[in-house]
Design a protein around this ligand. Structure first.
Ligand SMILES: C[S@@+](CC[C@H](N)C(=O)[O-])C[C@H]1O[C@@H](n2cnc3c(N)ncnc32)[C@H](O)[C@@H]1O
Length: 336
């Protein structure tokens, strides 16, 4: 039986505490994958939006709306929407603010209660009432045939059995209901982006090894005095990404559980490389060094490359090489 992650989070060691760093690391290692996901994302919830530069303004609204409009036409209406693996609400809230979910009842579920608390708070701050319910995407806590639109963004790659979640999303959709999952990494796109991340990191370390430039480096969690629990939870980052996908496998999986009108679209090549390089530098650089001009240049550079990928490279580069996968599918009125 896995240890309770909440108890681990309470076990923050202080000098008089009997819990040692080694105990915490051993306890975390003993968790099963779902409990690791919960513990890691509960811990990450407080810094998640800063880490991924998430906001609820035109920049992110445009990003979410563009992904959605690649597979759902303007004018499509939905009475109820459920986001699965919703995290802090990035996709759901930005789609609602962008006018894609007009008049719909909004609901969000996630394995991490910490994420859902931030999601509900974000919704309230933007005038949206989001009904949150903690649960596992592979066993959704919702009735059969109860939702018009199920959405997800960047979460099925965390699931031990992604097909089980796709079957569950089919189960909770009403007949005729729509599924949209975006932001999932493709197998080949992820390999390419890894090379970009690794080389950017190596280049950054080489440049900042020069005397006088070492102060540009962000101090590690240990150097910042983080507890053993924080360090052990942060290290789970390297365990919680479980899958990348071949577009044709995702399409096959969706059909297998009963979906029809299945379409898989891929996008982002150079924009993705640029984005990961920027994020790697941001994650490695001491706070306050990069500033507003960097953020402006990074954002506009990303947009330009995104257009280049869509308008030029999409015509000549094979779809599986692009990084981001978007799945659209419809639950038929009669079971197939
Ligand atoms: C990378 S975050 C994405 C969050 C959000 N969709 C976004 O795009 O910002 C992955 C999310 O999946 C959630 N998650 C991981 N395993 C899950 C599971 N078995 N069931 C439901 N949610 C899960 C995590 O808690 C986390 O919030």
């Amino acid at each position: 039986m896995a240890a309770d992650p909440a108890s681990l989070l309470r076990a923050v060691p202080d000098p008089d505490d009997e819990v040692t760093g080694d105990d915490v690391v051993a306890d975390l290692r003993a968790l099963d994958m779902k409990a690791k996901q919960e513990a890691y994302h509960d811990w990450e919830a407080k810094s998640y939006e800063e880490k991924f530069s998430i906001s609820y303004d035109e920049r992110c609204i445009e990003y979410a709306r563009d992904r959605f409009r690649k597979v759902v036409p303007e004018g499509a209406g939905f009475g109820s929407v459920l986001e699965v693996g919703a995290g802090t609400g990035f996709f759901l809230i930005n789609l609602a603010l962008g006018g894609c979910l007009e008049g719909a009842e909004l609901a969000a579920t996630d394995i991490s209660q910490g994420m859902l608390e931030v999601c509900a708070r974000n919704g309230a701050e933007h005038g949206l009432d989001i009904a949150t319910r903690q649960g596992d995407a592979e066993a959704l806590p919702y009735e059969d045939d109860s939702v018009d639109l199920v959405i997800g963004h960047a979460f099925i790659h965390h699931l031990p059995v992604p097909g089980a979640a796709i079957r569950e999303m089919h189960r909770v959709l009403k007949p005729g209901g729509t599924l949209v999952i975006a932001g999932e990494p493709t197998e080949l796109g992820d390999k390419l982006s890894w090379m970009v991340k690794r080389n950017t990191y190596r280049a950054f370390r080489a440049v900042t090894a020069v005397p006088g430039l070492t102060t540009l480096r962000k101090p590690s969690l240990r150097e910042r005095g983080a507890s053993a629990t924080d360090q052990a939870l942060a290290a789970l980052e390297h365990e919680v990404d479980l899958h990348t996908f071949r577009p044709k496998d995702v399409e096959h999986l969706a059909r297998l559980v009963g979906f029809r009108e299945v379409a898989v679209v891929t996008e982002e090549l150079t924009a993705n490389w640029f984005g990961w390089a920027v994020r790697t530098i941001e994650g490695s650089t001491r706070e306050g060094v990069l500033g507003a001009r960097w953020a402006f240049a990074a954002y506009h550079g990303y947009l330009r490359l995104h257009r280049f990928d869509d308008e030029v490279l999409a015509r000549i580069v094979p779809p599986p090489l692009f990084y981001n996968l978007i799945l659209h599918a419809r639950k038929p009125y009669r079971p197939v």
